[in-house]
Design a protein around this ligand. Structure first.
Ligand code: NAD
Length: 469
């Protein structure tokens, strides 16, 4: 099928590459000319596993890029809208970009006599958006028999977006039976499992369920499914963070508790990792928007308010820990590992690491930070000289009073403690992502503070350090 994707960001670009991978002709649109030029030259622009390979495989063949929405609409049968839907000042989703795109599509369809086009709402939007899209299309002069609107929410996680897209748990389509059926055809190789059997397929990740189930619903239900899914996952994170705080207060170990709780299949252990709280471009905005949608409809969804409050409070709790370790922070030099909102991505939008660094700076500390992929994006968020962003992990630790882990990059779980101890002023590790067993860190000669577990303020003396650790 001929597919257009409007918006070449984290979702649009991954969707475009994946649709090309399963056999469609894809034209990807963005109004950022520099981005389109870079993508056309072969750059992937975002840090996402398997994306460079897929772009290289399909660019110029089944995948092309343009700034012209008209060209994309004319060339395709199905148009996915994957532009941003940030929160506005009132807490609602700002849908102005979605509306601009819809009007641009309508302009192209005005006077057209060709067969029907399907407009797919891929962006995360509040309930009722599908209806609004139809209304705006009609107002703008598109003929009712020449378009239909379907909601097809995206559930991918940054960091494993390509495999999440190609091996999803489920695909949800909300709209008329006929258009849902067209979507099922688009996703056929994923829904019938034939993609997974291809020799050159992107490898199936652990825990993937293939083939994916296909769930056809009303547009309203599909819109709620996306909002409710994100709210539930964020709630799990806030829940385990609240439990972590109880564990600390009563002398329990949250890592043991989460294993015991999460191994119950009714609960599941995903999104049950204590830490600095959730962040990123989705959960924070989607929760606020969902609460606002519920309020507009007359329901006071207070549970969501509490989820949001616990999330913000978690950073305060972690700051207390830094104080427990170092007392005052003014003039202290802190080494920070992690700037991205989670491991595996270069995305720093609403990153808890960035928010926490700002809290440290307000306390008068100086910060040197390292991130394997997000350094360039993070540099744009700080003024010159506000923090030092290093290209090498061990450079951050030079003369540091403590090392803080703020993002769960896998490589931060394999630190060379001898090397760190040799360059740091004080051997203190404050771990906001529970990347280590406390015993291991203490054996390596570090004081260790983590989430929901007893603190170990006294490191072993260098002479006692078990080199085997
Ligand atoms: P993004 O900011 O990375 O990408 C949006 C893209 O749209 C940008 O490249 C921007 O230049 C482009 N754009 C803006 N206005 C445009 C216009 N008028 N015409 C053409 N292009 C335009 O956003 P994202 O992270 O990809 O998110 C997109 C949507 O998907 C949001 O609604 C988000 O909530 C949802 N979503 C995101 C994720 C995620 O993990 N990032 C997961 C699921 C759903």
């Amino acid at each position: 099928m001929e597919i257009a994707i409007v918006g070449s960001g984290y979702v649009g670009l991954v969707a475009a590459a994946a649709f090309a991978e399963i056999g469609h002709q894809v034209i990807c649109v963005d109004n950022d000319a520099a981005k389109v030029a870079a993508l056309s030259r072969g750059e992937s622009l975002i840090h996402e596993r398997f994306l460079p390979e897929l772009l290289a495989r399909h660019r110029g063949q089944r995948l092309r890029f343009t700034t012209s929405i008209g060209e994309a609409v004319r060339a395709s049968d199905v148009i996915f809208i994957a532009v941003g839907t940030p929160t506005d000042e009132t807490g609602k989703a700002d849908l102005s970009t979605v509306e601009q795109v819809v009007r641009a599509i309508a302009r192209e369809l005005r006077g057209a006599t060709r067969e029907k086009k399907i407009i797919v709402e891929k962006s995360t939007v509040p309930v009722g958006t599908s209806r609004w899209i139809s209304r705006v299309m009609l107002e703008a002069g598109a003929r009712t028999d020449l378009f239909d609107v379907v909601c097809n929410p995206e559930f991918l996680r940054e960091g494993c977006a390509v495999t999440d897209f190609l091996y999803p748990h489920r695909i949800v389509a909300g709209g008329s039976a006929e258009s849902c059926e067209r979507l099922r055809e688009i996703y056929a190789p994923i829904v019938d499992g034939s993609y997974a059997e291809r020799e050159d397929a992107v490898p199936i990740p652990d825990g993937a369920t293939t083939p994916a189930s296909f769930i056809a619903t009303s547009a309203e239900s599909a819109e709620v499914i996306k909002n409710a899914s994100n709210a539930f996952l964020a709630m799990k994170i806030s829940f385990i963070n609240a439990v972590a705080n109880v564990c600390e207060a009563v002398g329990a170990d949250v890592e043991q508790v989460r294993e015991g709780v999460g191994s119950d299949a009714r609960i599941g252990n995903e999104f049950l990792r204590p830490g600095l709280g959730y962040g990123g471009s989705c959960f924070p905005k989607d929760l606020v928007a969902f609460r606002s949608t519920a309020a507009d409809a007359g329901y006071d969804f207070r549970l969501l308010e509490e989820v949001i409050r616990i999330n913000a409070h978690q950073r305060e709790m972690f700051l207390r820990k830094v104080h427990d370790a170092l007392w005052t922070l003014k003039g202290k030099r802190l080494a920070v590992l992690g700037l991205a909102f989670k491991g595996g991505t270069d995305d720093v939008r609403e990153s808890p690491a960035i928010a926490f660094i700002r809290m440290l700076l307000r306390e008068g500390a100086s910060v040197a930070a390292f991130d394997p992929a997000a350094a360039a994006n993070a540099r744009a968020l700080f003024s010159k000289d506000e923090i030092t962003i290093c290209d090498d992990l061990y450079d951050t630790a030079d003369s540091a009073d403590a090392l803080l882990i703020l993002t769960d990059w896998e490589e931060f779980g394999q630190l060379d403690f001898d090397r760190l101890r040799a360059v740091m002023k004080q051997a203190v590790l404050i771990d906001g992502r529970n990347m280590y067993e406390p015993e291991f860190v203490v054996q390596a000669g570090f004081a260790y503070y983590s989430i929901g577990r007893a603190s170990h303020p006294r490191a072993k003396a260098a002479s006692e350090v078990d080199r085997a650790a």
